[in-house]
Structure formats: structure tokens, C-alpha cells
Design a protein around this ligand. Structure first.
Ligand code: AMP
Ligand code: MG
Length: 486
């Protein structure tokens, strides 16, 4: 089979880093792989052409059974605070096949997830089930369409083998594309080994690969901390804008380059409630919707701890400088959040009462169990099935205040609606629709998923016949729970 005319341009830099950071590891072959989905539009973005390869060979390729020449598979080591507890981890069910360069010389990690045991598997089987891999495919691609930085999904194959969870489930491998898989936890791993030399190597690698503009800084480590903090703030603001709940914001799931990574128990909020948690294992609500900024700050503090010695030779001085940087989190976050909410309401400029106006709306939504996405659709005059709730007297009072504030915009309705349409999705991957697609896919019917994926491609645009995708879940679905999918 010729897998070499696809356009692969491998340049595997991570595999050359110190051996503490990785282990050479081939994907463990699977019995009878079958391609379920291949992302054609992403293939094009990567300058890869799979059109001349038949399905059988694609299945071999995307299961990791046969590797293209130039690849050099490794499992990466990392650590992480999982629900606050520090653990040494690593790719326990993934291997990085290699780094591919697009024609524009953009670098992408090509990783197989669910590819079998590695030295970091601990007690796990190294495998993944079809449902969670397709779920990651749907949600990560939807996040991309929503304009949120994210890892992408190139393909999913069924392995032809079962994985044992609560029951036997069909196994699968997802091909994940990322700007890199370097995590806060990667730095924590190196910090825990206390090899200063390796820390500097990883640090220089990150600056070279992701933030070359920092190379000329006076204090590179401090600037890296501030840059990663800003990236993560922007990311969480995006999540808050669209009602996304990551669900497992452990430090190993925080990417240094600011992409959303590790779609496990994530889900979108329907009814507005800041305390929303979907994950069955998040009993304390540590990763609830409104805790996301607090948690990312906590995670960034763990990152800062790893690079203190690079910030200043004098440890106390290093701590002082890092603390000052981390303490600026709230001010930056709050300002950006306020501006994001102003955009959602079509407000130009700043008015002293903006925050109150926004909080009043959120409080009303919370009290009245209004749908987060649809409330902003209503304000944009978008049609959807059930909008009786917006006849509520308190809502109408609020709406008048909002309309008064819109007058301060000093520009046309067309302009503010355009702004609102650019930030308020009409379509999100609603939990019950995702479940519906996964259930059908489990029964070998891919039509439902493909239709959902098509609708999710244009979340900000008016589309025909989408009311079904806009409706909140039926009442019977109110206690929706997600699982880690391991
Ligand atoms: P996650 O909760 O997906 O972020 O995973 C946390 C850690 O558990 C990572 O080191 C994973 O590689 C590892 N892990 C998750 N599922 C499995 C599995 N089925 N087999 C081996 N390791 C796993
Ligand atoms: Mg993870």
C-alpha cells in the first residue's frame, strides 16, 4: 500500500527531546479496522489528500496498523493535578504519530487516541470506545466552527475489537490534530523530576515552537507565563460566551498553546445556571460553568510554579514576580468578560451601568430557567419553537432598559445585530442531539451524525429546517450526565 503520496511532510521535533519526556511507542495493531468518518475539509487545511486511497487502506492508516514513512510514534510523558491531586501521567492511550508541516509550514501534531497500552497506561487498557471518540469528533469540530481554539478531529475508525467498560463496547481510534500536545502538566512532569536542564530544554522548545516573539524578551519566562495566561483567559471567555463546560479542567488538560483539549465529559449548557455540572465524577462542582475562570487561574498558578527558577535566579524574587503576574488575572478576565457580554448584547462603547444590565439579564435567566443560547437568539429576533417565556413581565422591563442602552450605541440596528450575530450561536451541539447521533452511529447508522455535523458547520448562520436542532432538551433529559469516556 502506498501511503506516501498523501502529502505527509513529517518533521518530528518532539521525539528528539530528552528521553525523560517521552517513550518510543508504536500503536498496538487492531484486528479489523473500519473507517467511520474522515474529515475532508480538515484534510485540505493540512494539505493532505486521501482521495486516492481506498477505504480499506484508510482504515489501516487511521487505526495505526500501518504507519506512513517519516512518522516516528511516541507516547508523551506528563503529570497533572486531577481534581486537585498531583499524579504522574502520560499518554496512557495515545501515541503521537509525528508532526506534519502544511505547505504554509504550519506544524501539526498527528495523534492517535485509543491506540493501545503504553508505559503510561497505569491500570488502563489503552483503548477507547466508539461513542466517546465520535463525541470528541462532533464537539471539537463544532468548537472549531464556533471560532474557539481547539484540537481537531481528522478521522475515527472502529477497531473491530470490543473494549470492556460497564458493558462491552465497540472500540475505536480517533486521529487528533493539535498545534501541540504540550500541557501545563508537561511542565509539571519535568518540574517533578527536578532536572533543571530538561526544564530549560522544554522551555526553549515551547518558545521556539509556539511563541518565537518572546525570544527577544528581557524576561522570557515571565512573558511566557503572561502569554499563556492571556491565551487561556481568551479561551475560557470563549467557553463562557457559548455556554461550554469543559468538565475536567485538570492541569494535564490545559494546553500551553491555548487550544481546548481533551473532550471527555464536556457538554453545552442549555438552561442558564452558573452552577451547571454535567460530569458524573465532578461531585463537588469543581469544574462547574462559573468556576471555569477560577480554575484556570489555579491551573496557571501551577504552571507558574514550574518556571519560577527561570523567572529569576533568586527564588523568592521569582515567586514575587510570578505572584504579581497571576494576581493580575481577575482584572484582565473581568474586563474581557464584560466586553464579551457587551458584544453578546450588541452594545457598543462603554456605559457605567453595563455590568448591572448584564447581571440583571443573567439573574432573570437563572430564575426563569431560560435557555442560554436561545435567549440571545430571541434578542436577535431569531425564530425558534418555544419563546413564551419572553413574555414575562420582568423580562420585558429588562428589555426596555436594554433598548435604552442600545440608543447610546449611536449607530444602526443593522450594525448591532451584525455584532450580536458574530458572537451568539444559533446552533450549538445540544446534548440530546449529540446523544441521538451517537446512538444511531452505534447501530451503524451514520446519517444522523452526518446531518448534525453539517448543521454544526455554520453555527452563526440562518439555515433552513433547523428548529429541531435549536430546541432545548425535552424535560425527560433534564438530568443529563456525562462520563469521562475512558
Ligand atoms: P483524561 O481523563 O482523558 O484526561 O486522562 C487522564 C489520564 O488517564 C491520561 O494520562 C490518559 O492517558 C489516561 N487514560 C485515560 N483512559 C485510559 C485508558 N483506557 N487506558 C490507559 N490510560 C488511560
Ligand atoms: Mg487528558
Amino acid at each position: 500500500m502506498n501511503l506516501d503520496n498523501i502529502g505527509w511532510t513529517f518533521d518530528n521535533t518532539y521525539s528528539k527531546l530528552p528521553s525523560d519526556l517521552l517513550t518510543k511507542q508504536h500503536p498496538i495493531p487492531v484486528k479489523s479496522p473500519k473507517l467511520i468518518i474522515l474529515n475532508e475539509s480538515l484534510s485540505k487545511d493540512l494539505d493532505l489528500d486521501f482521495t486516492k486511497i481506498n477505504d480499506q487502506n484508510l482504515s489501516q492508516l487511521f487505526s495505526g496498523n500501518i504507519l506512513p514513512s517519516g512518522s516516528n510514534p511516541i507516547a508523551q510523558a506528563y503529570a497533572g493535578h486531577q481534581f486537585g491531586h498531583f499524579t504522574m501521567l502520560g499518554d496512557g492511550r495515545a501515541v503521537l504519530m509525528g508532526e506534519h508541516l502544511s505547505k504554509k509550514k504550519e506544524r501539526f501534531d498527528i495523534q492517535f487516541k485509543g491506540s493501545g497500552k503504553t508505559p503510561y497506561s497505569r491500570s488502563g487498557d489503552g483503548r477507547a470506545a466508539l461513542g466517546p471518540m465520535l463525541r470528541e469528533y462532533i464537539i471539537s469540530e463544532s468548537m472549531h466552527a464556533l471560532g474557539v481554539p481547539t484540537t481537531r478531529s481528522l478521522a475515527v475508525v472502529k477497531t473491530g475489537e470490543n473494549v470492556i467498560r460497564e458493558t462491552h463496547l465497540p472500540g475505536a481510534v480517533l486521529t487528533r490534530i493539535a498545534a501541540s500536545h504540550i500541557r501545563v502538566g508537561t511542565f509539571q512532569y519535568i518540574a517533578a523530576t527536578q532536572k533543571q536542564q530538561n526544564l530549560k530544554i522544554l522551555f526553549d522548545y515551547v518558545i521556539n515552537r509556539h511563541y518565537p516573539n518572546i525570544k527577544n524578551s528581557k524576561n522570557q519566562a515571565l512573558d511566557l507565563l503572561k502569554t499563556v495566561m492571556n491565551k487561556q483567559i481568551d479561551l475560557v471567555i470563549d467557553w463562557m460566551r457559548i455556554g461550554f463546560i469543559h468538565g475536567v479542567m485538570n492541569t494535564d488538560n490545559v494546553s500551553i498553546c491555548g487550544e481546548t483539549i481533551d473532550y471527555g465529559p464536556c457538554a453545552f449548557m442549555d438552561t442558564y445556571n452558573p452552577e451547571t455540572v454535567f460530569s458524573s465524577i465532578d461531585q463537588q462542582g469543581r469544574y462547574s460553568f462559573s468556576n471555569q475562570p477560577k480554575i484556570i487561574k489555579w491551573n496557571l498558578a501551577r504552571f507558574a510554579e514550574c518556571i519560577i527558577t527561570l523567572i529569576d535566579d533568586n527564588k523568592d524574587r521569582g515567586i514575587e514576580i510570578a505572584t504579581e503576574a497571576i494576581n493580575s488575572f481577575e482584572k484582565i478576565y473581568e474586563e474581557k468578560w464584560l466586553n464579551m457580554m457587551r458584544d453578546k448584547l450588541g452594545l457598543f462603547g462603554e456605559d457605567i451601568n453595563d455590568q448591572i444590565l448584564i447581571m440583571e439579564l443573567l439573574t432573570w435567566m437563572h430564575k426563569n430557567k431560560a435557555d442560554y443560547t436561545n435567549t440571545f437568539c430571541f434578542l436577535m429576533n431569531e425564530k425558534f419553537s418555544d419563546n413564551k417565556i419572553y413574555n414575562d413581565e420582568n423580562f420585558l422591563i429588562w428589555k426596555e432598559k436594554w433598548q435604552d442602552r442600545l440608543k447610546l450605541n449611536n449607530n444602526s440596528q443593522e450594525k448591532y445585530l451584525k455584532l450580536m450575530h458574530s458572537v451568539n450561536p444559533i446552533i450549538i451541539p445540544r446534548n440530546h442531539k449529540v446523544e441521538e447521533a451517537l446512538a444511531a452511529a452505534n447501530d451503524d447508522n451514520l446519517e444522523v451524525m452526518n446531518k448534525l455535523l453539517t448543521v454544526l458547520e455554520k453555527p452563526y448562520e440562518k439555515q433552513n429546517d433547523i428548529t429541531d436542532f435549536q430546541s432545548p432538551p425535552p424535560l425527560s433529559n433534564k438530568n443529563y450526565q456525562t462520563f469521562c469516556g475512558t
